[in-house]
Design a protein around this ligand. Sequence first.
Ligand SMILES: N[C@@H](CCC(=O)N[C@@H](CS)C(=O)NCC(=O)O)C(=O)O
Length: 408
Amino acid sequence: MTTEHKANLHREAQTIEREMNLADGQTCYRIWCDNNSPYSWKLRAYLHYKGIPYQRMRNNAHAYMQRIPSQVGMSIIPVMLTADEQVLQDTTPIMQLFEERYRSRPCIPDDPRLAFLMWLIEDFADEYLVRLSMHYRWGNLQNRSALSHRLARALCYGLPQMRPGQMAPMVLQRQSGFDQALGLDGEGVRASLDQQLIDLLAILDGHFEHYQFLLGDRPSLADFAVFGQLFAHLYQDPFSAELMELHGPRTCNWIETLHELGDVRGGVGQTSFGEWLDIRCGVPAGLASLLAFVGMTYIPFSAGTALASGERKKTFRAEVYGVDTTFLTSQYRAWSFEQVQQRYLALDELDWRCLEPLLKAARVLPAMLANGVIHNSLYDGFSPPFIRDGIADARIQHLKAKAARSSA
Ligand SMILES: N[C@@H](CCC(=O)N[C@@H](CS)C(=O)NCC(=O)O)C(=O)O
């Protein structure tokens, strides 16, 4: 590579975002995202299905360490910019906002009971399945090696002076920080997670024998959330890819369908869709089994973090899939669980009467409401997904104020 070409590449990496901003008639959303990120894929597949155009901004080290923190207050992806420079973060509120803004191809079922099941599965995917994603990405030698180099390479994208080989150990070190938070290293945990993946794939494959998507024959927000986790980590990463193919062939087909939606290059993208499930006379066995899986995993995990967050405890224990596990408390997870609880409480008496036996059989109830609704103040005074003045939430606000005080 000539010195001039290197300099050009470098300049391009620095200016690509600015050029996009300055382009005449900018009408597109722009997203900082990455191919290996579940939430990036969740959002992108959703936008493809809805037919909402966007431009992709590669999340290189410059974006992740500087540009994104300046817009949001922390390093996180995906981050979305609107044509008029508003900053949006957090896929669930973004998708909820877009469901109001863009009415074509609705992704929330009309039936409020089915819609509740959707929000429950959506939060399960975002907040619980990430345990499986992180266990498989970083809990075996093959993926640790491949993915630390792959993520390092992605961070070096467009920055030819950076060396992926040197950056890979730093990526590895940073990721192991998530193990304690997600309770991955306790006794019997990793063996249980291995079993959970096999069990989950059996449930999903059974369901997809009868229905194309989780809630019938059209995709909902729950499909995009589960897809994000299963595609970005488990399906793409080399070690887990084999497990996915061997244990979940129908699930792999569902993943490919969601990945191809809105294909504008003449691929196999699907364009016609069927109906939502009619749950007036109960739910199909596959969905009931998925809810039981949620009841054994997400519910104790999220209810535990909500209680610990309310009691200001840094760690908590919960029995997840039969294994007594210690986790770090997450304010965000407590907040998102509260949103799910509120959605249940907002249903009417008749809807509760219909859902209660189903949720009790799945052991989602009574545990989901056993500690009451504990208000989490993380977003009090904020309006997600909109981010103003580079501050995403009360935690970031607090950290920034503390830093300002200590430097004064
Ligand atoms: N709830 C957020 C979660 C986003 C998230 O956790 N993104 C990951 C990458 S997939 C991240 O950037 N984590 C922060 C880190 O790596 O420090 C959303 O849905 O947008």
